[in-house]
Design a protein around this ligand. Structure first.
Ligand code: GAL
Length: 339
């Protein structure tokens, strides 16, 4: 009888322990906290991605019945600020970090901290150097392939030139005179986009001539100032503005509008909200747009997967188990509608 009682007590204790463990496991899976740091909160493309991440987090919450807390911080262009933000995310117990690095060459401090604290990192948009990415198997990168972007940007002009040369060679002298607006020098996208958009035009046998070019650091106002200067220095010469992104393309358009010029073709990259608006009303000839829904989904799925110890869904293949390249497409204003 005594033995029976003892057995019952042991059983009851075991059941209590198991059920407590169950509650604890459920608790662990009931919520995740993601620390996100943006290199600059005022960058238009990054802001678009931020909005999508917020949407995707809500969607993930609804579909998986898991509370997702996003802690989004602006590093304001300072790597030191970003390092401090990472420190804070870790001390707050974030399960995973999504980092848009300020200085892609200097991600080592972030990686050191994350590795020590066993917190995985999903980098995005500004690709850390390979040596850093190879340091740990819990480091990921989501972005777009810069060469592919540039080839698509060049291709949209090649295709148009083949169909309607007069829509590109505006003065019909057999040469397309262009200016180039470049992003930050330290960004992996700038050099590659500049090189391959031009190379694609050459490969596609568009007779081009570079008038001038300059660095406007992705910024609309800097591009606008450069374009204003070029219009004065090279009046009635420029036929095409090739821009490394939409914001700088919009800056060039601002300068053109101030001068009352509407004929010059301007092409960008990103498919940002204001970029798409300019495309719609024909001010921007074309852009190369990354699938931002997919971009945001992959970051969210990767982050949640890291936090919960789950695999990334098969529909999102990772190159070398580390890199996800977001698909992109050409968006061009219907030239027939152009004046
Ligand atoms: C580029 C994008 C730019 C800017 C930059 C920031 O990929 O085209 O518009 O957002 O990233 O890193």
């Amino acid at each position: 009888m005594r033995k029976m009682k003892l057995l019952t007590v042991i059983l009851a204790v075991c059941m209590m322990l198991t059920s407590c463990q169950g509650v604890q496991q459920e608790d662990e899976k009931a919520s995740i906290r993601i620390g996100i740091s943006l290199y600059r909160g005022d960058d238009t493309f990054i802001n678009n991605i931020r909005g999508i991440l917020e949407e995707k987090a809500k969607e993930y919450e609804r579909e998986n019945d898991i509370k997702v807390t996003l802690d989004i911080q602006d590093a304001k262009g300072s790597q030191n600020i970003q390092n401090d933000q990472v420190e804070r995310f870790i001390s707050l117990g974030c399960d995973v970090l999504c980092i848009n690095p300020v200085d892609r060459m200097d991600a080592s401090v972030i990686i050191d901290r994350a590795m020590t604290a066993h917190v995985p990192v999903v980098f995005f948009n500004r690709q850390p150097v390979e040596e850093d990415m190879n340091r740990w198997d819990k480091l990921y990168y989501v972005g777009v392939d810069a060469k592919e972007t540039a080839v698509l940007q060049g291709k949209m002009v090649v295709d148009l030139y083949r169909k309607q040369p007069e829509a590109v060679d505006l003065n019909g002298d057999g040469v397309v005179s262009y200016v180039m607006l470049e992003g930050e020098t330290s960004h992996q996208d700038s050099l590659i986009r500049t090189e391959w958009s031009v190379q694609t035009l050459k490969d596609g046998r568009v007779p081009i001539e570079k008038i001038t070019g300059g660095i406007a650091n992705w910024e609309r106002s800097q591009a606008s100032a450069l374009m204003e200067q070029w219009l004065t220095e090279y009046p009635d010469t420029i036929e095409l503005v090739i821009s490394n992104n939409d914001d700088m393309a919009l800056g060039a358009i601002d300068a053109l509008e101030r001068e009352g010029i509407s004929r010059i073709n301007v092409i960008g990259i990103d498919g940002t909200t204001p970029g798409l608006e300019a495309l719609e009303n024909g001010k921007l000839l074309g852009t190369v747009s990354a699938n931002k829904e997919r971009y945001g989904s992959v970051i969210m799925e990767l982050a949640a997967g890291c936090a919960l110890g789950e695999e990334l869904p098969e529909e999102y293949p990772l190159e070398d188990g580390t890199y996800y390249w977001t698909p992109q497409e050409i968006l061009i204003h219907k030239i027939e509608e152009n004046p």
